[in-house]
Design a protein around this ligand. Structure first.
Ligand SMILES: Cc1cc2nc3c(=O)[nH]c(=O)nc-3n(C[C@H](O)[C@H](O)[C@H](O)COP(=O)(O)OP(=O)(O)OC[C@H]3O[C@@H](n4cnc5c(N)ncnc54)[C@H](O)[C@@H]3O)c2cc1C
Ligand code: FES
Length: 481
């Protein structure tokens, strides 16, 4: 289902690229990260184009909840422990500056996108102690934050950490205005990148600098981002008929809600899981259940889901793609805080291309060496990927085609091959190969989204084999019977 943001905004279409081009910079991907980076480069007088496979903002950006904050969950206590006070302060400062930059742009360009300064709360209905600890950590870093039990939530809490002067906005109204000044080619999928040369379906672009803003990097080597992050999917409900909180909220509890209001709606998010690990489904039902507990009597008007890249060490990758390609840049690993991190990507990458030092570049550099901070998650991820790769060899397919129920999907062995099969409500079967084209892991059925999701790095396909989410880049051939 569409998000309330996409329902409300129509962004004018752009043509696809049909002729070869030579430019100073090419940005691949027209989500929040790509558009802001291209905009920053244009402001520096660079000749820049955006190459977008589909429509701009049609990826995760249209499904975000668009809270602009430096309050990113239970993070500062951990950051201080893993990286020390100085680097934890840099993290907070960088995100604060990103919010200020959004405000400045909105005012300067008079963009009507509902930008509003609001307090951000990290709250818990279970545990006061952990929040007090987080408040102390924030305070220690000089962030104007405090512990409180007073919020405008319609249910009791044990406590909250409040960051004042954060913000929220409508991401698509914002992007629509920013994009007006940019040279963008839509329906222009990048098929391969070799050195400075980018091949699209109908043309070749030669670019002095190339920015990968494809959400998950689409080139495995060099870079090896598939070893450094996985993807997590979460679910959102837009509801009416309940009290609308003014602040923006993020839960520190395992089964909590992220909350903000926009127009007549309250957006309730949660039920995150590793992409490709939702075999049993029921995430929307679970979210409705939690929502009903805290916002009784809510009327649901829309629901949708989205995913983001989760780096092992908790920090995004912004900067040089690889030491072997000094003219390639990347913006990924936003850990569901990609609004402020997109703005930071624009600053850091633009400064790099213009030959300037950026004060935040070092902390978020893809080539930082914070190995210990991410070691546990790295090993877990390698384990998940190995399991996904060998699954086909050891696991028996759990369904016979005849046994597959209508409206369900399952892996079926036909002859010696394994297929991902979906039987629609009329009994028609859609069959695609069970292997993910990215690196060969076996796809898993997602009953909530009726999609085939890869547990290794999070690529997704619909039942007809159309690619929904990268890093995979190839469509799949479907056979119908
Ligand atoms: C449920 C949820 C709620 C969230 N809420 C918040 C929030 O409140 N605040 C916050 O800061 N962050 C939030 N986030 C995170 C944020 O939405 C994302 O980090 C951000 O939208 C990512 O933007 P992006 O530009 O990197 O990716 P995308 O928006 O996915 O853009 C990538 C683009 O690249 C294009 N592309 C891919 N491959 C190719 C190719 N080969 N050629 C050309 N183009 C290509 C795609 O079509 C796509 O348009 C949330 C995330 C989730 C999952
Ligand atoms: S996404 Fe990497 S193997 Fe599927």
């Amino acid at each position: 289902m569409e998000s309330v943001f996409s329902k409300e905004v129509e962004i004018p279409e752009r043509s696809s690229l049909k002729e070869d081009l030579r430019v100073e910079a090419a940005v691949i991907g027209g989500g929040m990260a790509g558009i802001l980076t291209a905009y920053a480069l244009k402001c520096q007088g660079k000749e820049v184009v955006v190459l977008e496979a589909d429509r701009i903002a049609s990826g995760q950006t249209k499904n975000t909840t668009a809270k602009l904050t430096a309050q990113h969950g239970m993070i500062y206590d951990k950051l201080i422990k893993h990286y020390g006070k100085e680097r934890a302060s840099v993290y907070a400062r960088a995100n604060k500056i990103a919010i200020d930059a959004f405000e400045w742009l909105v005012q300067e360009k008079k963009i009507e996108c509902g930008f509003k300064r609001v307090p951000a709360f990290l709250y818990s209905v279970e545990d006061e102690k952990k929040l007090r600890k987080e408040a102390i950590a924030a305070h220690y870093l000089g962030i104007p934050a405090y512990f409180t039990k007073e919020t405008d939530l319609p249910f009791p809490i044990k406590g909250a950490v409040c960051f004042e002067n954060q913000a929220q906005f409508h991401p698509l109204l914002f992007i629509k205005e920013i994009a007006k000044e940019l040279k963008i080619y839509e329906k222009t999928k990048v098929l391969s990148i070799k050195g400075h040369e980018i091949k699209t379906e109908e043309a070749t672009v030669w670019a002095e600098h190339i920015v990968f803003a494809t959400h998950y990097p689409v080139t495995n080597i060099p870079g090896f981002y598939f070893l450094r992050q996985h993807q997590e999917r979460s679910y959102v409900l837009a509801v009416k008929g309940v009290e609308k909180p003014e602040g923006i909220y993020y839960s520190a509890d395992k089964k909590g809600l992220s909350i903000r209001s926009t127009g007549e709606y309250v957006l309730l998010g949660g039920c995150a899981h590793r992409t490709g690990k939702d075999k049993r489904g029921g995430k929307y039902a679970e979210l409705r259940n939690i929502a009903g507990k805290y916002f009784p009597g809510f009327q649901e008007t829309a629901h949708w889901s989205a995913q983001d890249c989760i780096p092992h060490d908790g920090l995004p990758f912004i900067g040089r793609y690889s030491l072997f390609r000094p003219y390639w840049y990347v913006a990924t690993g936003f850990r569901k805080w990609g609004m402020t991190f997109s703005m930071l990507s624009a600053f850091i990458i633009c400064d790099r291309i213009c030959g300037r030092e950026n004060p935040y570049g070092k902390l978020f550099s893809p080539w930082r060496l914070h190995i210990l901070a991410g070691a546990k998650d790295f090993l877990k991820d390698v384990g998940e990927s190995m399991a996904g790769l060998v699954k086909g060899a050891f696991h028996l397919p759990y369904k016979e085609l005849e046994k597959l129920q209508k409206g369900h999907g399952g892996i079926v062995r036909i002859g010696l091959k394994r297929f991902a099969c979906y039987k629609d409500e009329q009994g028609k079967v859609y069959k695609i190969s069970a292997r993910c084209p990215h690196m060969g892991c076996e796809l898993e059925w997602n009953p909530d989204e009726l999609s085939w999701d890869c547990p290794c790095h999070g690529s997704r396909y619909d039942h007809r084999g159309n690619l929904l989410d990268c890093p995979a880049q190839k469509e799949k051939r479907v056979s119908e019977e």
